[in-house]
Ligand binder design. Sequence first.
Ligand code: UT7
Length: 347
Amino acid sequence: MNYLNCVESIIMYNSKIAGLGMYVPENKVSNHNLTHLMDTSDEWIKERTGIKERRHIKKGDGNSTAVMGVKAAKQAIERAKISSDDIELILFATLSPDYYFPGSGVLVQEMLSIKDCPAMDIRNQCSGFVYALATADQFIKSGMYKNVLVIGSENHSGGLDFSTRGRDVSVIFGDGAGAAVVSREVDNDKGILSSHLHSEGKHAEELSLIGPSTNRWVPEIIEANDPEDISYYPYMNGQFVFKNAVVRFEQVILEGLKKNNLSTEDIDLLIPHQANLRISQFVQRKFGLKDRQVYNNIEKYGNTTAASIPIALTEAWESGLINTGDKIVLAAFGSGFTWGSIILNWQ
Ligand code: UT7
């Protein structure tokens, strides 16, 4: 190793978000549309979740989890003013990959024609984007890569129970994708300041899709031929998840602020995972944050799981709500349970 390589290998870099992009399918599904499929109402959905409409992939529109991710990624790459050949690692966060295996990251590698680029799927559901961003940050901090493409994308609509039986879950989720190009930043006070990740697997089944899986193989399901077996639909213990979410959001945001000697007043913009408007409002009230300090768009897209933070971040940035020097807080909680936060000093 020569002197320069040696020096480079001990320098710790920071990482910054250099470009953001998003994509949602054109097909809008209003609460009213859902009342034709199940016993629900616009009032119930708006009051309990804040959602007015969501986007669903339409059969034949060409979208898939990876395809939507690529659309968001192309926008992020263009805005980062680099070419896809500059991407050295793809991190793909999703709970709804195109295939059981391989992951969707490799499909993105192929669709973007990035030669031999490593690709990794991150399976952390609603916290997936935060986990993926934290992972990108570590690869950049270590000096291994200069540009990492981080994608959060979900195709929920094809796998939900749109009968009254599944209404507590199916009205919430929507399809879409968001992406960020994460790049090397030489100023250690700029970009991602810290990331904070947690999990608590004892609650794994409180928000889960159990079968088909290696725990519940397809032949076993077919052989049982039990119409009551709906383990192939997502299950959520809604109130339990809600109660845990508000506690973990608060804890992990405070953890991030403390690490950086910041207070809630220093938050320029909090972008919480869009799980339920009532959760965001609870956190806002708890911290005494003003409306302009919290970004929500769940009314338009529902809960897009791993895609919700990058979609919201992209929209907030496009609306001019994020400026140089702003302290941005990203926070997520979801299935696992997993939760996390990222504190950014926008460069
Ligand atoms: O993104 C990952 C993390 N996810 C979350 O954080 C989500 C957390 N949980 C929630 O957002 C909420 O618990 C839900 C939105 C899922 C449910 O809201 P809730 O206020 O907790 O309602 P509930 O489950 O207590 O149900 C209240 C009533 C029930 O009827 P009864 O038993 O009181 O007669 C449900 O059957 O509302 C009924 N209900 C519905 N009614 C109309 C449940 N879903 C619906 C629906 N339309 N879609």
